[in-house]
Design a protein around this ligand. Sequence first.
Ligand SMILES: NC(=O)c1ccc[n+]([C@@H]2O[C@H](COP(=O)([O-])OP(=O)(O)OC[C@H]3O[C@@H](n4cnc5c(N)ncnc54)[C@H](O)[C@@H]3O)[C@@H](O)[C@H]2O)c1
Length: 296
Amino acid sequence: MDLKKLFGYEGKTVVITGAASGMSRSATELLLELGAEVYAIDKDPIDLPVKKAYQADLSNKEEIDEIINDLPQKIDALFLCHGIAGFKGKELLVQKVNFYSQKYMTESLLDRISDHGSVTFIASVGGFGWQQVYPQAVELINIKAWEEAMKWYEEHPKLIESSYVFAKQCLLSYVTYKCMSQEFIGRKIRINAINPGDTTTGLTDDFNKSTSPTGNAEEGAAMIENIFLKSWNGYAAEPKDMGYPMVVVGSDICSYMSGQLIYIDYGLTSSWTSMALLNAKNKSIEEISKESNEKE
Ligand SMILES: NC(=O)c1ccc[n+]([C@@H]2O[C@H](COP(=O)([O-])OP(=O)(O)OC[C@H]3O[C@@H](n4cnc5c(N)ncnc54)[C@H](O)[C@@H]3O)[C@@H](O)[C@H]2O)c1
């Protein structure tokens, strides 16, 4: 069996964001190995042998529009991977980078995505519990114009207070809401998200700082360890642990998979679901995680 043929990327046009670092960089390396023609975008320089690399700030609509104008007319797979940590005072920026730009790019490029093509996002275990904000997320999803969406955010400051969590919850809501809509299913375009657990990448230091109430990286690292790793005596993933499965999800191997929110976390969120179903209704991730640690 020809493995490259099985993936189906050979000679295909792939667009991927966030490719300068971390999970997306790993994914790009594999896509290149599999013979894809990769168009990669990041705010930082991309030093991989892609077909074309764009350096742009994807929180900026004008910069996105310029790239969209330049990208090929036919795209087979789109991967939206760029992301930042959720710092106080940066709530709107986090919504733009981690969700709205990704929705905007998807919808701007959808006509160019080939039939049976794929769209794949990197969301996060941080979006766990997305069902609780689904109606509000759908309201936002249905706003087509960038400027109107920015107004919506301004009118909903409480929702975006937990900025990283809400943006990732919007991504998961987007996949759920759109997978059977005519614009996707009508042309058999698959849409999925992976939800990584704790992974050592270019974002690790920022995650540590943004998790600590005082911005102290060491304290934040201990808190993250407590929430994501302690209950299973676990370890942080490497970028390829996320980037490679994501490439599989977007490939022909997963040709019948759409609308899926794939948690890559060694089962941690399934254990949270189990606890929530059995006895921990209405508790926060931190409370459930604390109980899970105490049970061990
Ligand atoms: N690292 C983790 O533990 C973890 C866990 C769950 C989800 N994630 C998500 O994984 C995705 C990939 O992040 P990573 O962990 O590999 O981190 P990373 O920092 O290594 O990669 C993120 C990339 O996004 C780019 N980027 C950020 N803001 C941008 C902007 N405005 N315009 C263009 N590019 C921009 C960065 O330059 C960087 O190259 C992110 O969406 C992140 O939220 C990470």
